[in-house]
Design a protein around this ligand. Structure first.
Ligand code: DAH
Length: 343
């Protein structure tokens, strides 16, 4: 009886050593360390041991128990993952391809707007914004567009029914040129320090019949530079630099004399770009520009004898359609995923 702990230790270690997988290890654990296993059984036999041998038997039993337990832990970790008891439930095949989450992306208008702002930012333009719901003071009057001007026709603008109160007719802005006025007035309020150099992208609204090139809502980006002695040369240089940065080294621009009430002289500007490598470059009409009319400076309270500036404005859809070869403006608003995913 006194030899029982030694025997158990020897046999236990030997059979543990030959337990080669998780199942064998688990069987070993139940046999030796389990609730009704051999160790427990040995401990219970202390009662049967003659009195003078009890201390010796007890001490050895405890040693053997500790030894087998730590040997078990060692064996378990040396067998590694294969020794871990199998998880219940289905096995996971880690080589199986996963689900690809649907990741959204910027709409092309948003992308082009951000790209334009970035290119102008590199030339020192800050980004400004103004409200889409305006009054005719900002959309027309301060931009030197008189009451009699045909651009103010109700049928060409979205005027808004007034709930009362406001003295000026309210409307959805028809051009981002409104932001020119707001930015200058704001700068004066904040203590005006030239130069002022901003671009303002945003939505504009006109009740045009929708077709491949027209929409009742579209986007423009406006530019304004105010400083001393600004000339057409700086305007053209700026537009030229923009064209090259955005469309590449081969881009060209040209100005054609035109008329806008808020610039003098005024011009329309076109850009010559190659849209596809297999096609010749062609001219695309982009927008209007010119030197800020003295009447506009007067309207915001700046001395036209002292201040000069240039302004430009063009359609963002035009640029996007040109850059990505989109044939119909309506594709930009339909949100057909098959179209959106291509760009
Ligand atoms: N606001 C004009 C339009 O909607 C475009 C424009 C022309 C903007 C000349 C300008 C400018 O800043 O100087 O057609």
């Amino acid at each position: 009886m006194i030899e029982l702990p030694d025997t158990l230790e020897r046999e236990g270690l030997a059979s543990l050593h030959s337990a080669a997988d998780a199942d064998a290890l688990e069987a070993w654990r139940l046999k030796y360390l389990g609730g009704s296993g051999l160790l427990k059984d040995m401990m219970g036999r202390l009662r049967e041991v003659p009195k003078e041998q009890k201390p010796q038997f007890g001490k050895r039993s405890n040693e053997v128990k500790a030894r087998l337990e730590s040997a078990y832990e060692e064996r378990k970790s040396s067998l590694g993952a294969s020794a871990a008891p199998r998880a219940a439930g289905p096995l996971i095949d880690v080589t199986e391809p996963g689900f690809e989450p649907a990741i959204g992306r910027e709409h092309i208008i948003t992308r082009v707007r951000n790209e334009l702002c970035e290119v102008f930012a590199r030339m020192g333009f800050e980004v400004a914004a103004g409200p889409e719901l305006e009054d005719d003071e900002y959309n027309f009057v301060k931009l030197n567009i008189p009451d009699s001007h045909p651009a103010r026709e109700p049928r060409d603008n979205f005027y808004v029914e007034e709930g009362g109160g406001s003295s000026r007719p309210r409307m959805l802005r028809s051009q981002t040129s409104t932001v020119q006025i707001r930015v200058m007035e704001d700068a004066i309020k904040r203590g005006w320090g030239p130069p002022l150099k901003i671009v303002a992208p945003g939505r504009v609204y006109r009740p045009d019949a929708v077709d491949a090139t027209h929409s009742f809502m579209f986007h423009q980006i406006e530019g304004l530079y105010v400083a001393h002695r600004v000339t057409m040369v700086e305007l053209k240089t700026t537009l030229f630099a923009f064209a090259r940065m955005y469309f590449g080294k081969e881009a060209e621009i040209r100005l054609r004399p035109s008329f806008f009430p808020f610039t003098e002289p005024s011009a329309e500007f076109d850009m010559k770009i190659r849209l596809r490598p297999d096609q010749p470059a062609r001219w695309i009409e982009l927008g209007g520009c010119g030197l800020v009319d003295p009447a506009v400076f007067q309207a915001v309270g700046l001395d036209p004898e002292e201040w000069t500036g240039f302004a430009f404005g063009f359609g963002i859809e035009r640029i996007a359609m040109g850059k990505y070869g989109i044939p119909d403006i309506r594709m930009l608003y339909e949100n057909d995923l098959r179209f959106l995913r291509q760009i």
